[in-house]
Structure formats: structure tokens, C-alpha cells
Design a protein around this ligand. Structure first.
Ligand code: NOJ
Length: 492
């Protein structure tokens, strides 16, 4: 187990975050946007979260639900005005809740004024804000199909790692870099507490590279991500953000290699990176969860991230093979008592399930729509294309939260576990003196100064009983752990 020097204190290490998916988040009365969020602050305060991550709320045609920004300084009118945002931010701060926003700087909407200018002529002053070529290579979009689109006006192709209406920004252009840094300062000046940086290791920092290789008939994204220059770009971002005290950056780093994730986390790069190996396990496996916790300890020098859901993956509850409510509760307690920064996806705390589209016209997600079109093009029937689309359909987890959940048992567990975490530095800064897996159970002991806590999570098939030593006190759960039961104990 990693033995380390005392963890450097930071507010984000002491915070449980809550992801708000802007397009579908509405308050009890059905109000969307910042008015709805303001009235939901009481709920969030009671839940105990100390940080809110807002998915994109800037002006956008919303081809990809806001991840296609057409003005980086304007609030999209469906969510309110800049003043509404400022009031929300102030009221969140008054409750001790910090707010970070999703910043999408890998690409902009093709409706952004920069792109509208850039496409006018080859010598337009904004042309180099984007990436153009006469002869595209084989790079593919992450939504499916080629990543190059012919723009008829100038007869060149522009690069888009996602949808054709999301053109990649050219980070090799210092002018573009300065524009983006100015955008960050604009929001930090308003008092924002930080950013969730979208697909940050995808930035196009060095032009157009060689073709990507194929592996098992599929394109391996070797030359179009993690490019030379990307760390230098992130260093610039970090240095601009560090002009403001106490701000935080969490990065979405697209990689399943822990050494790649770790390489983006440092004082001069990202404070935290999301580890999707932990968060998006498609089928429940206690052993895999344990292995990821352990590898974050052993292979990541930085502080880990902990989450089981987001707007990009099916709902946690729907991914649990059986015993859902109990298992979801045990995972919540594990995430909220383990070492790392927990992120709860809105609705997870009441055990929301996936919504499945029955017809193509019910699908909003651009990734699923693209896959549907590609399947049809490849000769699939409508019904088969719908199956393909639903496999990729991120709408599943993007439904609105119902507010009529009353005394929801899962919510009660979340509240208790968050309260426990908020109360004890051992949960923020305690290192593991033990982290182990036996007979389907995850065990840990965490230590901070003189305080020791132990966690037991029984994902095995039979009940286990923990006999407490004198002086040990139950903080959460019960000493007889049924399958999917949990117990957190203070030792001294
Ligand atoms: C990651 C976001 O989480 C996802 O929803 C979006 O489609 C892509 N980045 C593109 O911005």
C-alpha cells in the first residue's frame, strides 16, 4: 500500500460533487435552468454536496446538448441570463457549495462566429482557428464515420472528432489559445470555482498526423489523441486558472490506461482526472471495482476520482445485475467513504433507471443517431439499426429527475454517508493502511492522524458478521452484513 506524506489540503478533496445535467434538470415545479437550480439548492444543501458540476449551459444549437458551444460568453436563453447565473452562483456560495462548469474547448459549434468567419475564405483571419485540409487522412469521428467534412464554400475539409457540426479548434494556433484562456478568465472573474474540461486529452495541438492503425477491424485512436503539445496546452490552461486562488480543474481524459490518466494529473496540469475504468464498468463486478481502487492507489500519484454514473453511460441502477437497491446503497457508501473525490450524477441518489427508446424518433442523442444512420447505410434493417443505436444511446441516463420519490431509501443512505464524510477529515485525507478483497468482500482501513476507520462491503453470496473490538463504534451499516451489506466503523 502506498505510504505517502500528508495529503495537501484543498477544498475539492473535502467535497462531494453533484453533476447536474442541464438539458433535463428541472426543479420540483418543472422549472429548468438557473431558476430551477436556485430552487433546488435547498435539496442539494440537505443532501450535503459541497460542489456542483454543471454540464454546458452556454449558447448552443444543442446538436450535442450543449457540448457544441456557439458563444463562450453567453448563457443559452433556455437556461436564463448571465444575471440568473450570477444569482445562482451567489446563493450556492452562501450555502457553502462551490460550482464548476463544463468547458468544451476541444471543439466549437459550426455556428460559432469563429467558424462562420473561418469558412468564408482560405485567407480569413479566423481560418486557422480550425483544422483544414485538401486531402483527409483516415481519422474517424468518435461518434462514427469519417472525422472530415467537405466545406463546399472553400472546397476544403474541416476536422471534427465528434459531430460534423462540432468543428475541432486548432490548438497549434497561439491566437486561438489566447482566446480560450480569455474565456476561462471571463468565468473565473465572475467567481466560478473551476472547470470540468471536456475531452481534454483530445486537443488538436499538432496539426494533422499520420493515419490511425486498425486493430481487429476497428480504428485505434493512436495519432489523434494524447498528441505532442497537449500537456503544454493544459499547462497554459492551468496557469491561467491559477491566476485565481483556490480554483479547481477536473479533466475528462479519454483513456483506459491508468498510466495515461496519471500523466495528466499534477500541480501544473489537472488537479483530478476521471477514471472511467472505475466509473463506467458496464456490468457489476466487485473484483473489478476493487482492482481499480487498488490501481488508483498504486499507480496514480495524485488524488483519485470516484463515480459510478454520468450523462455518458447507462444508469448505475440499470448496470447492477441483481439486488439493486441494496447493491446501489453499498456502492454509494463505498464511494463516499473511500479515498478520492466522489461525483454523484443527478438522479443516482434516488436510484433512477435507464429509459429505453422504442422508436428512432424518440432518440435525441447525436451519437446514437449517427450510429443508426451508419447501420442503415451498411444495410441493416430499421429494427436492427434501432438495436445498434440503443447500444450507443446516451439518452438512457438523461431523463428528468422525478421529485415525487418521498422517503426514498437510497436517498437516505446517500444523505447519511455524505454527512459522515463531511464530518471527518479521515474520509478526506486518510490514507489506506489496508485495502483488500476476500470472498467477494472489499475491506479497507483508513488512517488520519490518530483516527482509524474501517469499511466492510459484502458483495459475496453469504452473510458475514463483524465482531467489533472494544472501543469500536458503528458509524454506518450493520455488523451482520447480508450480501450487498456494508459497515463503516470507527476504531478509536
Ligand atoms: C464528452 C461529453 O461528456 C459528451 O457528452 C460529449 O458528447 C463529448 N465529450 C463531446 O463534447
Amino acid at each position: 500500500m502506498k505510504k505517502e506524506a500528508a495529503e495537501k489540503a484543498a477544498w475539492w478533496k473535502e467535497s462531494v460533487f453533484y453533476e447536474v445535467y442541464m438539458p433535463s434538470f428541472k426543479d420540483r415545479g418543472g422549472q429548468p435552468g438557473f431558476k430551477g437550480l436556485r430552487s433546488a439548492l435547498d435539496y442539494l444543501g440537505e443532501l450535503g454536496v459541497k460542489g456542483i458540476w454543471l454540464t454546458p449551459f452556454l449558447q448552443s444549437p444543442k446538436v450535442d446538448n450543449g457540448y457544441d458551444v456557439s458563444d463562450y460568453r453567453m448563457i443559452d436563453p433556455v437556461y436564463g441570463t448571465l444575471d440568473d447565473f450570477k444569482v445562482f452562483l451567489r446563493e450556492a456560495h452562501e450555502r457553502g457549495i462551490r460550482v464548476i462548469m463544463d468547458m468544451v474547448e476541444n471543439h466549437s459549434s459550426t455556428e460559432h462566429a469563429w467558424f462562420q468567419e473561418a469558412r468564408k475564405s482560405k485567407d480569413n483571419q479566423y481560418r486557422d482557428y480550425y483544422i483544414w485540409t485538401d486531402s483527409p487522412n483516415n481519422w474517424e469521428s468518435f461518434f462514427g464515420g469519417t472525422a472530415w467534412e467537405l466545406d463546399s464554400q472553400t472546397g476544403q475539409f474541416y476536422y471534427h472528432q465528434f459531430d460534423v457540426q462540432m468543428a475541432d479548434l486548432n490548438w497549434a494556433n497561439p491566437k486561438l489559445v489566447e482566446e480560450v484562456l480569455a474565456v476561462l478568465r471571463f468565468w473565473l472573474d465572475i467567481g466560478l470555482d473551476g472547470f470540468r474540461m471536456d475531452v481534454i486529452n483530445f486537443l488538436s495541438t499538432d496539426g494533422i498526423g499520420p493515419d490511425n492503425p486498425l486493430r481487429d477491424g476497428k480504428q485505434e485512436h493512436l495519432h489523434d489523441i494524447d498528441r505532442p503539445g497537449v500537456k503544454e496546452a493544459i499547462r497554459k490552461i492551468k496557469s491561467a486558472v491559477s491566476e485565481y486562488p483556490d480554483r479547481f480543474i477536473v479533466g475528462e481524459v479519454g483513456s483506459d490506461k491508468i498510466e495515461v490518466l496519471s500523466s495528466y494529473q499534477s500541480e501544473e496540469l489537472l488537479d483530478l482526472v476521471f477514471n472511467f475504468n472505475f466509473g463506467s464498468i458496464p456490468e457489476f463486478s466487485a473484483k473489478r471495482i476493487f482492482d481499480e481502487l487498488l490501481s488508483m492507489e498504486e499507480l496514480m500519484p495524485g488524488y483519485p476520482s470516484l463515480f459510478f454514473g454520468s450523462h455518458d453511460m447507462p444508469r448505475l441502477m440499470s448496470r447492477l445485475a441483481e439486488n439493486q437497491p441494496a447493491r446501489a446503497e453499498a456502492l454509494a457508501v463505498l464511494m463516499l467513504s473511500a479515498r478520492g473525490v466522489p461525483f454523484i450524477y443527478n438522479g443516482e441518489e434516488i436510484g433512477m433507471l435507464d429509459a429505453v427508446a422504442r422508436t428512432f424518433k424518440d432518440i435525441k442523442d447525436i451519437q446514437a443517431r449517427t450510429q443508426y444512420a451508419l447501420a442503415l447505410k451498411n444495410g441493416c434493417s430499421d429494427a436492427d439499426a434501432l438495436v445498434v443505436a440503443n447500444r450507443h444511446n446516451r439518452d438512457k441516463s438523461r431523463g428528468s429527475m422525478p421529485w415525487d420519490h418521498g422517503e426514498n431509501p437510497i436517498l437516505k443512505v446517500y444523505k447519511k454517508a455524505i454527512a459522515l464524510r463531511n464530518a471527518g477529515p479521515v474520509f478526506h485525507y486518510g490514507t489506506y493502511t489496508d485495502l483488500s478483497f476476500r470472498d467477494g468482500c472489499i475491506y479497507f482501513t483508513r488512517k488520519y492522524k490518530e483516527v482509524l476507520v474501517k469499511g466492510y462491503f459484502n458483495f459475496g453470496e453469504t452473510a458475514i458478521e463483524v465482531v467489533l473490538a472494544p472501543g469500536e463504534k458503528v458509524l454506518l451499516g450493520s455488523e451482520i452484513l447480508q450480501p450487498d451489506g456494508y459497515l463503516v466503523v470507527q476504531v478509536n
